[in-house]
Design a protein around this ligand. Structure first.
Ligand code: HC3
Length: 450
């Protein structure tokens, strides 16, 4: 890493960490913080700001007396790694706004305050990166697809299945599974599909319910026993005093974990695995958030309007610093409405499968096949509602589907707002799977599908 003198802090500042004294300051890890101008990998503090080599060179050139830039738009061009060369005027404005200055090199070293805050920032980024790596390593790899047939466009949805995740249902897979490898995500012929999917709706229901049970994160009885565990005033305060981007990052991580369980749920639905890999990805991209919201109703306590989050029950006030109160209220209302239907676990399982396997989603390459699987799930749900003498629920469930659509578009709207306001967090600190599902899909973050 290049480190420019004289604005660099002394290299031998001892830093106390956990009682021991580290001789090497973690300022040597400045590159964990992306370039403040474009989000590319940084190479050090240049002209007083953490930047990449590209922005350092750009700023140096911009200081020549002959240089003068202008913007052909409204002087508000987005500057990121992909677009940074498009508008020199806006790039320079961003450099100046971030505090780049030739004087930072000419005069003086960093003050102690500047140095301490830089050290704290490096530490925060390092911890965030560690958290993300852990998330990817421990949970994400455990919850996805085989490396076979892996496609570049959805790396996170196509992670290998780690052996650590033992899926209790494997031994009980339906007869077709002996003919088709359980993790082979292939495209069987249509006659195979009709022959293999389900012998009857009982088998279908059983496999979906089993998959739901194995991947639902928490059992209803466990949640019931934890109902008294509410966040206290100090804890609520701590969430509320997080900055907007910190809280978004935190919730994005939690939401991504929940999505990973949904991915696993889908993978163990035989009819889902019968679809082509591209269609599986398309359905997960559009439907996994909706299923998370359906599943959220299991974690919801209607008596006090709280949801199980971070190990305790949280009211809407816990999410205040996300700065999207309307979305949170709408999501809580939806959970409330779902709870009012008093669905059984079997009904929730079948409904979740139906939300996911929907032939009307965009970008499906074999709509007909998705439609056939969808019909068999619909048939299964009708079957159990009939058995439970609750046929009138079907109509109410379809009404809920419409609400889910609007919640997800509101979520995308909020994400667009957030990404514009906090491009660096959205670009560098959100979990890759989150970006793959939401951000890159909405073309908010160019180049995030690494
Ligand atoms: C409220 C929430 C969606 C639901 C998330 C749930 C309740 C889902 C089940 C998990 O087991 C626990 C859990 C954790 C986080 C909850 C989310 C927090 C915020 C999110 C809203 C819809 C806002 C979305 C904002 C963002 C940044 C995450 O996209």
């Amino acid at each position: 890493m290049e480190y420019e003198e004289p604005d660099a802090p002394p290299a031998d500042v001892p830093i106390r960490r956990g009682g021991s004294v580290s001789k090497k300051p973690n300022l040597t890890q400045i590159e964990v913080i992306p370039c403040k101008i474009c989000g590319d990998k940084s190479s050090g503090v240049h002209y007083g700001v953490i930047t990449c080599e590209g922005c350092k060179g750009f700023f140096r050139r911009s200081q020549l007396p002959t240089v003068s830039y202008s913007c052909s738009r409204q002087s508000n061009c987005q500057i990121d790694r992909a677009s940074r060369n498009r508008c020199q005027h806006c790039r320079l404005q961003k450099c100046l706004a971030q505090g780049m200055s030739r004087d930072a090199v000419k005069f003086g070293r960093m003050s102690k305050r500047q140095r301490d805050s830089l050290i704290a920032e490096v530490e925060r980024h390092r911890q965030q990166q560690q958290q993300q790596q852990q998330l990817q390593g421990d949970v994400q790899s455990v919850l996805s697809f085989p490396t076979k047939n892996r496609q570049d466009r959805s790396p996170q949805l196509l992670q290998p299945m780690a052996s650590a995740y033992s899926y209790a249902g494997d031994a009980e897979l339906l007869p077709y599974a002996t003919e088709v490898h359980p993790y082979l995500v292939c495209s069987p012929t249509d006659s195979q599909v009709s022959g293999m999917i389900y012998r009857n709706s009982d088998e279908l229901c059983a496999s979906i319910v089993r998959s739901h049970r194995e991947t639902s994160q928490y059992r209803v009885e466990e949640l019931h026993a934890l109902r008294w565990k509410l966040f206290n005033r100090e804890e609520i305060q701590a969430y509320q005093s997080k900055s907007v981007d910190e809280m978004w990052q935190h919730c994005a991580i939690r939401l991504t974990e929940a999505v990973q369980y949904v991915v696993e749920f889908a993978k163990h639905i035989p009819g889902f695995r019968m679809l082509s890999q591209n269609d599986q990805i398309a359905l997960l991209k559009t439907g996994s958030m909706e299923v998370v919201l359906v599943r959220m109703s299991r974690l919801f306590n209607t008596e006090n309007n709280t949801v199980f989050f971070d190990g305790k029950f949280a009211g809407t006030e816990v999410f205040k610093s996300l700065a999207c109160g309307d979305l949170i209220t709408a999501v809580f209302d939806f959970a409330h409405g779902m709870c009012a239907l008093k669905l059984t676990e079997q009904q929730i399982a079948l409904f979740s499968a139906l939300v996911l396997i929907n032939a009307d989603r965009p970008c499906l390459e074999d709509k007909g096949r998705v439609q056939r699987v969808q019909r068999s799930v619909e048939f299964g749900l009708t079957h159990i509602l009939h058995r439970d003498n609750q046929e009138s629920l079907m109509h109410k469930l379809y009404q809920r589907v419409a609400v889910l659509r609007s919640l997800c578009s509101l979520h995308m709207e909020k994400l667009r707002w957030f990404s514009q306001r906090y491009p660096l967090t959205a670009h560098s600190l959100f979990p890759p799977l989150y970006k793959e599902l939401f951000a890159s899909e909405a073309e908010l973050l160019p180049g995030t599908n690494h």
